[in-house]
Design a protein around this ligand. Sequence first.
Ligand code: NAD
Length: 463
Amino acid sequence: MKAHDGMYIGGTWRPAAGADTIAVVNPADEQVIAHVPAGSPEDVDAAVRAARDAFPGWAATAPADRAARIAALRDVLAARADEIAATVTAELGAPPKLAETVHAGLPILVAGSYAELAASYAFEEKVGNSTVLHEPVGVVGAITPWNYPLHQIVAKAAPALAAGCTVVLKPAEDTPLTAQLFAEAVHEAGLPAGVFNLVTGLGPVAGQALAEHPGVDLVSFTGSTAVGRRIGAAAGGAVKRVALELGGKSANVILPGADLGRAVNVGIANVMSNSGQTCSAWTRMLVHKDRYEEAVALAAEAVAKYVPGDRIGPLVSARQRERVLGYIERGVAEGARLVAGGPVAPRGTGYYVSPTVFADVTPEMTIAQEEIFGPVVSLMEYEDEDDALRIANGTVYGLAGAVWGDRDEAVAFARRMDTGQVDINGGRFNPLAPFGGYKQSGVGRELGTHGLAEYLHTKSLQF
Ligand code: NAD
């Protein structure tokens, strides 16, 4: 696989300050496919300086011209979609079809949405005798995870650029090749030097240096709640803006009036997609006690279609597989009933985990409370709607969820859920709808106008 041995800073690929590298591994066959530089605080400093130098010019660029550059970036991503999909398959292990439709397709859509928003957004408004200006916050330090490598980057970079901010990106160490491809696309799209910069490296070294750099005005982080808490604390200490997209433990609530077969099938597909490595995955399936055993049988049938190595890929790394297997063992030890899968690796090579379904999961169990981030679904039984709501809201997370049933009942239930997104009866993902968490799932929103507003602050002029 093609890899750059430098950092993209100030519009060129420059050698890293140090000689350390990170090996990139294909999780399907465990082979090393490339090495990228492990950035140091010096690299981060150089990138932040480049972004600071570029900021006044980019902030002063007319929104229509910024929109044109972002549209060009969208076009480059679209032209290179096959290469993007192949890279995501190689470093994340995503099956080719998923890589093509979601990993390459979604970021093109999101980049396109920000090309339009940059042109149409009201960067000035009248409020009584004031004119309110919505101005770019400044230099953005973006730190992203590996689970949707390109989407996570575009969901930060595109709105930041649309707002007039400049960006330094530190992508996840497991998936740096997709980030390098994105930097190439930025270059090809003709964005001015320094407007977007890339530093590959380890979280506690390059990531921390970026989050704590005094030249960064806003830190936008997506990743675990544990790291997010530290980044939030550091940003609070420096009184700088921060956006946190963190973990989830979403509930899939199947009300008595639901089409049970469809709700279970879509629910299983939702978790199995991307091998369960989706922060918003509906990992807890809540079913009324009268239809519970029927749902358990349907879930076992539905999950059998996900054959590892075919419809479902490996996990991203050996570490992630060990973590997930540990949760499956914990579920068995705490008394949950294994209906499918289990803690046995389904293939000799590759970081695969058997698609797993647990029944008889109760709210206090570890697998009902902690984010597993693997292909594991927990079926939970409820007595009535209030009981279902207590279970659904009964974790520290609140990122997403689903409700199935009579439309009005489902909407009434969704209004009572402590969560940032709810899909009603299988509602489609909307790349313009705000995405983000209640409670410990995060602070701030991504996508659409809400995502753009994160990168703006206001100035009021009185007349
Ligand atoms: P992680 O927190 O370990 O890493 C995320 C990023 O932070 C990586 O780039 C990493 O290098 C960096 N990082 C690690 N330690 C750091 C530090 N001390 N300072 C600065 N940066 C540091 O998370 P992960 O394992 O890569 O990703 C999985 C987690 O991300 C899950 O909890 C998942 O729910 C969450 N996630 C949330 C969303 C969302 O939108 N809410 C989306 C995807 C993933």
